[in-house]
Design a protein around this ligand. Structure first.
Ligand SMILES: [Zn+2]
Length: 155
């Protein structure tokens, strides 16, 4: 079996719990929405698509912390109810193999490469980026909307 050089980093449980608390408290930047399509509401904590009818919290997440040229905050979903954090971190989540762009960042959090996997699959792009010594970490994002999906680190 092929050994990969990466580890998936799903959204921290503390962040998901804080979003749930924020939504319960009526925070104006936390919206509760009901999924109405099978591939429109990706949960960044369990790394699954919400099924239609599931309730999701939409809130802003700073995938690149403030204070840097590439700092950014953008909208992400988590399940409104507790869900299990994605645990198979040595495997790329099957539900997000398509429709994603892979971005490499250096230690200063600048984007140094970005590629939409085509044919070879996301693992090959991630592994290639992580073989570059300058790459500090990788982000996987929606190719159509740019929203943050997950972080990937070198093992
Ligand atoms: Zn979830």
């Amino acid at each position: 079996m092929k050994i990969s050089n990466f580890r998936i980093v799903p959204l921290q449980t503390e962040v998901a719990e804080a979003a749930r608390a924020g939504a319960r408290a009526g925070a104006p930047d936390h919206a509760v929405v009901t999924a109405d399509s099978p591939r429109g509401y990706p949960c960044r904590h369990c790394l699954r698509w919400a099924e239609p009818g599931e309730r999701m919290i939409l809130f802003p997440f700073a995938a690149i912390a403030p204070g840097r040229p590439y700092s950014e905050s953008g909208p992400i979903f988590v399940h409104e109810d507790s869900c299990e954090r994605y645990a198979a971190v040595d495997k790329f989540p099957a539900e997000f193999r398509t429709g994603r762009v892979v971005r490499a960042y250096n230690a200063r959090h600048d984007i140094i490469a970005a590629e939409v996997p085509n044919g070879e699959g996301p693992e090959a792009v991630i592994e290639r980026f992580l073989q570059t010594p300058e790459t500090a970490f990788v982000h996987v994002r929606s190719v159509s909307r740019g929203c943050y999906t997950m972080k990937v680190e070198r093992i």
